[in-house]
Design a protein around this ligand. Structure first.
Ligand SMILES: NC(=O)c1ccc[n+]([C@@H]2O[C@H](COP(=O)([O-])OP(=O)(O)OC[C@H]3O[C@@H](n4cnc5c(N)ncnc54)[C@H](O)[C@@H]3O)[C@@H](O)[C@H]2O)c1
Length: 265
């Protein structure tokens, strides 16, 4: 069991779920976000923090032996918020980790780091990034920072390229990408329990029949996702038209992000 697990981005969609589901992982759960988090629950500490504020991030990381880093901009946006949350924010986090006890980290990366791979390609963790957005490129930077701090200082990170982590798949594309909350929790458990982690890229998906991703290189973690998006296919077919064959949502792994322009400031 960890002594203190920091969850950044705890006010967000995934963060709220992890806050509810991970209290067994540590003696103290330190939840953080720049948005309001409400009162501390049993075995919690609440610390509001903007990831762009280096001094605040150092206070945040102090005393933590594990970090689930969900905080940051999670969709395409203009450059300044992406820079604050995903560029300055990740450097601040790893600098604090380097100097304050070298906690093990889970970094929430994204399918949008490889968004321009086609849906008819099966890819593994060795492929060259093909980001589909400033957002996706910022997460490639985050992956690179995790690697630098592993190679130089031995800080271990699970880089999780999350597919679509929602209660249910919401589009046909997400039938390939869906990660259930339950499977994310079991991944977090495996990562923090593993005797040796290293710095692997892990595709964050459930056991979906139509996956595009190969995770065999992380069999050593013993992660066995149980849910399968296929159980939602009939329901989706009945409620949502399939995207046309030429639609980005049917061609590229990153879907509509590949067709979006630059969000000017
Ligand atoms: N939900 C998904 O399907 C999905 C898919 C791929 C990757 N991810 C990644 O997982 C993480 C969580 O996703 P989510 O869907 O819960 O996103 P979200 O947008 O709901 O939550 C992100 C949280 O980060 C906080 N945040 C943003 N900028 C910040 C800053 N500068 N300082 C402090 N906090 C800041 C926001 O206030 C928000 O509460 C994100 O990093 C996202 O990129 C999510």
């Amino acid at each position: 069991m960890l002594k203190r697990l920091l969850i950044t981005g705890a006010a967000g969609g995934i963060g709220q779920e992890m806050r509810k589901r991970l209290s067994h992982m540590a003696e103290i759960i330190r939840v953080s976000d720049k948005a309001a988090l409400g009162d501390a629950r049993p075995n919690e500490e609440v610390m509001e923090c903007n990831l762009a504020d280096k001094d605040a991030v150092f206070k945040l990381v102090e005393g933590c032996d594990g970090i689930l880093h969900l905080g940051g901009i999670s969709i395409e946006d203009s450059w300044t918020p992406i820079k604050d949350g995903n560029i300055d924010g990740i450097v601040n986090l790893y600098e604090a980790a380097r100097l304050l006890g070298q906690p093990r980290i889970i970094f929430a990366s994204t399918n949008h780091t490889v968004g321009f791979y086609r849906q008819n390609e099966r890819i593994d963790s060795k492929v060259y990034p093909q980001p589909d957005s400033l957002y996706g490129a910022s997460k490639v930077f985050g992956e690179a920072i995790a690697n630098v701090y592993h190679s130089k200082f031995g800080i271990e990170t699970a880089i999780v390229r999350i597919g679509s982590c929602f209660p249910e798949p919401q589009t046909h594309r997400q039938l390939s990408l869906w990660l259930s909350y339950r499977d994310f929790v079991s991944l977090v458990e495996c990562v923090f329990r593993a005797p040796r982690l290293g710095c692997p890229i892990i595709y964050g998906v459930s056991n979906n029949d139509s996956t595009w991703w190969d995770n065999r290189h992380v069999d050593y973690l013993g992660w066995a996702p149980k849910d399968n998006a296929e159980t939602f296919r009939t329901q989706l077919d009945a409620t949502l038209p399939r995207p046309g064959r030429d639609a980005p949502d049917a061609i590229y792994q990153g879907g509509v992000f590949t067709a979006d322009g630059i969000h000017e400031e």
